[in-house]
Design a protein around this ligand. Structure first.
Ligand code: 4AD
Ligand code: MG
Length: 430
């Protein structure tokens, strides 16, 4: 019976054949242990010389790392293995021999691993992170489908810049100027006026000269947008969504979290509601903590965010930032127009901002004024302005950065491990 490693539990004490690669191997004169992987999982194959005979045993013993194989054997229950099963090998057929695989079980430097990202992805650790990423994507669709959202795909090539013009990837669109999308938000606002509650999930691009553990040049964002929802409603959706992601990963990725050595106690607690702190209070808190490098009107740096996050064991919303350090479309707080009805959601354990969101300006005149102030006067914003001319309604939305969320829930230090092929400052290969 041909099967995969993830399905062996169905064939206990039966003979199966698995297409696999040799991840690692150890052997003595009488027995060889083959660490096999097939994409669906990892299993140990045990080859006993007395059982298989000299020829098959020597063939198994000589196998090199990453050689592709068909392995035949009997599935045995094994309490000691993480999978719960091992394969008592009866035959090995080589498909293609791998010679000098560069990533050996010893330690390698980061740059070397990044140069070999196309091969590094095969490792147990990277496999676990990609499975967690997949679970977060699955749980995202589940959450928004269950809550009445419609998936809408905004364009990648655009003429507008929702998050400021300094970090745009410029390209030519025949005779016109165009940019790679840095956020689909403006289009999602138009979609919300047509479909009520919508979400997007796609790649976004920022030509940021930042070289930190939180920054990618190309990253994936989930951007929900909701008609008739205010700032408070927006936060409730966000905390329910992020709770759903954490609980789904805990439930469906136990093996992967174990592989990564993730402290799951820290994730069990990620349940709505999340604490909220105003920007004003966050500044006071930081000043009291001895951060004298920040005053009202400044944006937070990574150390500030981490200091605030450290006093909570859940993600924390920082709300009501000064208008002048936030995007042009954010709605001013009617009780204090110096600040806007927005929030950033800061993840625990130093992973930083995973969500940015706000209520949007729904008044035509005010939006026109803001566009003017931000120099966004080109025709590229005409359609966006028009959304405020034909039945404008209160509406809100947010963007969750997929890779920062994957890094946080997986417990990996750097976002470069949270995406299959990271685009980083000075890295376009592989
Ligand atoms: O805070 P940002 O810039 O917000 C927006 O783009 C809004 N238009 C979203 C919206 O309201 N629809 O980005 C949102 C999130 C951040 O919180 C962060 O998680 C992630 O996107 N992000 C990045 N992730 C990796 N690398 C980068 N360079 C990122 N820049 C933002
Ligand atoms: Mg932000």
């Amino acid at each position: 019976m041909k099967t995969t490693i993830s399905q062996v539990h169905k064939y206990v004490d039966q003979t199966v054949t698995i297409g696999a690669w040799l991840a690692n191997k150890r052997s003595s004169g009488k027995i060889a242990f083959l660490q096999l992987r097939d994409g669906s999982g990892f299993i140990q194959g045990v080859v006993v010389k007395e059982e298989v005979g000299e020829e098959i045993f020597q063939k198994a013993k000589a196998l090199t790392q990453e050689t592709s194989l068909y392995v035949t054997g009997t599935v045995r229950k094994d309490e000691r293995s993480p999978l719960g099963f091992e394969l008592n090998v009866t035959d090995v057929e080589v498909i293609h021999e791998s010679v000098d695989f560069p990533i050996t079980p010893k330690e390698h430097g980061t740059e070397f691993l990044m140069d070999n990202r196309h091969l590094w992805l095969r490792s147990r650790r990277q496999h676990a992170v990609m499975k967690i990423r997949n679970e977060i994507i699955r749980a995202t669709y589940e959450f928004f489908n269950e809550n009445g959202f419609v998936k809408v795909d905004p364009p990648i090539l655009t003429g507008s810049a929702p998050e400021g013009t300094t970090e745009l990837f410029h390209t030519k669109y025949f005779d016109e100027d165009a940019y790679l999308s840095q956020s689909g938000q403006l289009y999602m606002e138009a979609a919300a006026m047509a479909l009520g509650k919508v979400f997007s999930f796609g790649p976004t691009f920022r030509a940021e000269k930042s070289k930190t553990r939180r920054h990618l040049i190309e990253f994936w964002m989930i951007e929900p947008e909701m008609a008739f929802m205010d700032h408070e409603d927006n936060l409730v959706v966000q905390e329910n969504y992020v709770s759903h992601l954490a609980q789904s990963v805990l439930k469906n990725c136990q093996l992967e979290l174990k592989t990564l050595g993730r402290d799951v106690a820290k994730l069990e607690n990620i349940k709505a509601p999340f604490p909220r702190i105003s920007y004003d209070d966050a500044i006071k808190f930081l000043n009291e903590k001895g951060f004298d490098d920040i005053t009202w009107g400044d944006d937070f740096g990574a150390p500030h965010e981490t200091a605030i996050a450290e006093s909570f064991d859940k993600p924390v919303f920082i709300t009501h930032y000064p208008a002048k350090i936030k995007s042009f479309y954010m709605k001013p707080d009617p009780t204090n127009p110096e600040v806007v009805l927005c929030a950033d959601l800061i993840a625990p354990e130093g992973y930083g901002e995973i969500i940015g969101g706000s209520e949007r300006i729904d008044d035509y005149e005010l939006l026109a004024k803001r566009c003017e102030e931000h120099g966004l006067t080109s025709d590229a914003y005409k359609w966006y302005m028009e959304l405020r001319q034909y039945g404008s309604v209160p509406h809100s939305g947010f963007g969750l950065g997929l890779e920062r969320t994957v890094a946080w829930l997986s417990g990996v230090e750097h976002v470069r491990e949270a995406i299959p092929f990271p685009r980083l400052l000075n890295r376009l290969y592989p």
